[in-house]
Design a protein around this ligand. Structure first.
Ligand code: ATP
Ligand code: MG
Length: 405
């Protein structure tokens, strides 16, 4: 296996790191990429407005997840769990034990590469791995990189490869921290959305966003920082669809959008955390909900939307009912329920019929949604929540029918 090791302080991780990571994976044909956040960087003091090691850890995990490369990308806690300064030579020795037969590549940007000879135990580092060096600047100093490669080869027998990255983002964490501290909007452009959202939620680097009054952009970032990256596409799709449905049926497009942005924000919490939130926010649960974690995220998501992000009552209820539906739903509740069901990324038999109906006859579309849910649960041998049954029966009792569709 060919493994890339990408160390750094990641305070915070930014799009420069991530753009480089993606290109290097391709250029070196890496089977695996391991980010190694340093607990205590040996070569620099942490700045005054810093994030804690734990926060940096969570941010690099969010950024790494955002590469959407599954198990090919890992974040290692080797340095975070070691006492004292984080020396790369110790890290590489540990990785070598774990991967005795594999090819290890240390990935270094300009600054790190040019100072490599002065790191702790360079001879040990260069015996344990090969080095891939890349420029952080568009017009990088090729001559300096080449001279350093030559010097390291001659002095330590290093194996060095210089990479030309197709895309370079000339940004640094230092710059981004300064932008954040002075409220410069440009910071958001240089960060993966979930990392930016994490920073806002935790008030890092001197930010002090009022979470109850966020712009759509900032609300998105916060929401995405709470979920797995692979779900973001669905949340975006739901937002788009909810807005379209609101425009079609005379609903409140702003509210539809904001309800959609937050609707799955607690989707990845485990049962004990879900139950704790229900307790905290006084959400009463029935027998079935207490056991089925999938039914809880709509309730806890609604609670977080209201308590943390200041969502209005109607948004609260739209999120609250988005999984099971219920009898006699408001327009906003109907819109979120359907948008979640048929957003553009959904693909299941019958979705096209549902999409067409949703823009022709809202009642029929809802009835079809409820019927399909009931059918699906039955096919999978799962119990159907009584609220879904009463949602369907409510439609039928009002004479809604699918016969002529
Ligand atoms: P700081 O400003 O706090 O020093 P940084 O932006 O330099 O932060 P680090 O965490 O120190 O980020 O860097 C980790 C690694 O990522 C180093 O090898 C560095 O050269 C590389 N790197 C940093 N920024 C970029 C960038 N914009 N493009 C490519 N590589 C980068
Ligand atoms: Mg740096």
């Amino acid at each position: 296996m060919r493994i890339g090791i990408y160390g750094g302080t990641f305070n915070p991780p930014h799009l420069g790191h991530m753009t480089a990571a993606r290109s290097i994976m391709e250029a070196l044909e890496l089977d695996k990429l391991i980010f190694v956040p340093a607990a205590q960087p040996p070569h620099k003091a942490l700045p005054a407005l810093t994030a804690t090691a734990g926060e940096r850890w969570e941010m690099i995990c969010l950024a790494a997840d955002g590469l959407l490369l599954g198990e090919r990308v890992e974040v290692s806690d080797l340095e975070m769990s070691r006492e004292g300064k984080s020396f790369t030579s110790d890290t590489l020795a540990q990785l070598r034990l774990r991967y005795p037969e594999d090819e290890l590549w240390l990935l270094t940007g300009t600054d790190m590469f040019l100072s490599l000879h002065s790191w702790h135990e360079p001879e040990k580092i260069l015996a344990l791995c090969s080095v891939a060096a890349f420029s952080r600047e568009k017009a990088g100093d090729r001559w300096a990189m080449e001279s350093q490669a030559k010097a390291l080869e001659e002095r330590f027998g290093a194996r060095v490869r210089l990479l030309e990255l197709p895309e370079v983002r000339e940004i640094s964490s230092t710059q981004i921290r300064e932008q954040l501290a002075r409220g410069d909007e440009a910071a958001a452009e240089s960060l993966p959305e979930p990392v930016y959202g994490y920073i806002l939620r935790h008030g890092l680097y001197g930010t002090h966003a009022d979470l109850k009054r966020l712009s759509d952009r900032d609300l998105r970032a916060c929401s995405y920082s709470m979920i797995r990256a692979k779900r973001i596409k669905h949340v975006k799709g739901t937002e788009e669809e909810a807005q379209r449905l609101a425009l079609r049926w005379g609903g409140d497009a702003v509210k539809a959008r904001r309800a959609a942005i937050l609707h799955d924000c607690t989707k990845y919490l485990e049962l004990p955390e879900q139950l704790a939130l229900c307790e905290q926010y006084g959400i009463e649960l029935d027998e079935m909900e207490r056991k089925m974690v999938k039914l809880l995220h709509s309730k806890t998501g609604a609670a977080i939307a209201r308590a943390v992000y200041g969502a209005d009552e109607d948004i609260f209820w739209a999120i609250f009912w988005h999984t099971t539906g219920k009898a006699d739903m408001t327009l906003l509740e109907q819109i979120l329920y359907l948008a979640d069901y048929m957003e553009p990324n959904r693909d299941f038999p019958g979705v096209e019929r549902l999409r067409a109906l949703a823009y022709e006859d809202l009642d029929k579309a809802l009835l079809l949604g409820f019927e399909m849910s009931v059918e699906e649960m039955r096919e999978r041998g799962l119990q159907v929540h009584p609220n879904t049954l009463s949602a369907r029966d409510w439609m039928l009792s009002r004479g809604v029918t699918l016969e002529d569709t």
